[in-house]
Design a protein around this ligand. Structure first.
Ligand SMILES: NC(=O)N[C@@H](CC(=O)O)C(=O)O
Ligand SMILES: [Zn+2]
Ligand SMILES: [Zn+2]
Length: 385
């Protein structure tokens, strides 16, 4: 105990993880459940959730759903189908299709969202939220990303809905990019914060907002500067890739997503935020499958599919930062806390060993979908099926 105490107060974070692995100190703060032992190098955390996921529909959903249900207990399911999931009736029907497509024995709860349009009815949102059907409403600026044509152009038109959401505590998930063609695509997140997000938040006190898939230091700063009613998801791939991955040595469509990955300085700021223990940052994979033909063409779709290997990727990133003790917070605790839901009671265990070989692509009834390639070996395997 004394040895552990001395180790805990004298070692830096990277060494604390090492000391924990050597059995000297528990890895996590009291009450958390992350422990390592030097022989097995295992990490047991509460079962994670995915706070931003695209499951699509039909044959594609049938193919990708098991990949999320294997490791995640719950996921915020994005509503950008064609046509989008706009009303509570459509959300209920989509939820039923997801539940019907789940593999036998899977324990997975889809948390539904409504796609905000200029015609969205505040009363429908309120009823869907109070019945527990939806967990959030999603704002896409019209034209900002995949299947966002029905999104919002005139933000004044959605003011009554936002006010109702503030009143009832229903979170607004935001794709935070302006669509102004004059604005460089690499600046669209930062400009959105100034031009759209901050004015909306100031005009709607109490509105709880999740900035989805943060990609910039500007986004991280904005979240940190706001104590209440603001959280942010960070994807697996934005913790790993920069714009070089997309463009250097030939164009790599499987690294293209929106918001587009930025320069290394931004990626590193995201890693620092995710591994910091700050509860305002949590995992939303934004796993967004498109078939290979739809990615590998003259006008390829935006979206990276990472459901299958996300946890192995994250363990590698957190370990590299000497922050394995923060993985449970990021993947399993901070999201439920923001959404005012209990964390999952069951646990998953990751074991470190020889590199895990994931398939290059998964086959779905809609066609092949290439899996995110982090570009480095993955040593952490999720135990179980
Ligand atoms: N992230 C993406 O690049 N694509 C997402 C949409 C989105 O989350 O913006 C998709 O639906 O394919
Ligand atoms: Zn988005
Ligand atoms: Zn998305």
């Amino acid at each position: 105990m004394l040895r552990g105490f001395i180790a805990a107060i004298t070692l830096g974070r990277a060494n604390r993880v090492f000391a924990a692995r050597a059995g000297l100190i528990p890895l996590a703060s009291p009450g958390a459940s992350v422990y390592c032992s030097d022989m097995t190098q295992t990490l047991t955390i509460r079962r994670p959730d995915d706070w931003h996921l695209h499951l699509r529909d039909g044959a594609m959903m049938q193919g990708v759903l098991p990949e999320s249900a294997r490791h995640f207990a719950r996921a915020i399911v994005m509503p950008n189908l064609i046509p989008p999931v706009v009303t509570s009736r459509e959300a209920a029907a989509y939820r039923d299709r997801i539940l019907a497509a789940l593999p036998e024995g899977a324990d997975f709860t889809p948390l539904m969202t409504l796609y905000l349009t200029e015609d969205t009815d505040p009363a429908d949102v309120a009823a869907a939220h109070s019945s527990g059907l939806i967990a959030a409403v999603k704002l896409y600026p019209a034209g900002a990303t995949t299947n966002s044509a029905s999104g919002v152009t005139d933000f004044d038109k959605v003011r009554p809905v936002l006010e109702k959401m503030a009143e009832i505590g229903c979170p607004l998930c935001v794709h935070g990019e302006v669509v102004d063609p004059e604005i460089d695509i690499f600046d669209r997140e930062a400009v959105f914060i100034d031009r759209v997000l901050d004015p909306i938040r100031r005009a709607t006190p109490g509105l709880r907002v999740v900035m989805e898939h943060l990609t910039t230091a500007d986004g991280v700063e904005y979240v940190k500067a706001n104590e209440t009613d603001l959280g942010a998801t960070i994807t697996t791939h934005h913790l790993i890739i920069t714009r070089n991955h997309i463009l250097v040595g030939g164009i790599k469509p499987h690294y293209y997503c929106l918001p587009v990955a930025k320069r290394a300085r931004h990626r590193d700021t995201l890693v620092a935020a995710a591994t910091s223990g700050d509860a305002r940052f949590f995992l939303g994979t934004d796993s967004a499958p498109h078939t290979d033909p739809n990615k590998e063409c003259a006008c390829g779709c935006a979206g990276i599919f990472s459901a299958t290997n996300t946890l192995s990727c994250l363990a590698e990133v957190f370990e590299r930062e000497g922050a394995l003790d923060q993985l449970e917070g990021f993947a399993s605790l901070n999201g439920p806390a923001f959404y005012r839901m209990p964390p999952n009671e069951d646990r998953i265990t990751l074991t470190k060993g020889a590199p895990v070989v994931y398939p290059e692509k998964i086959e779905t009834g809609a066609g092949p979908v290439t899996l995110f390639d982090p570009g480095f070996p993955l040593h952490w395997r999720v135990e179980g099926p």
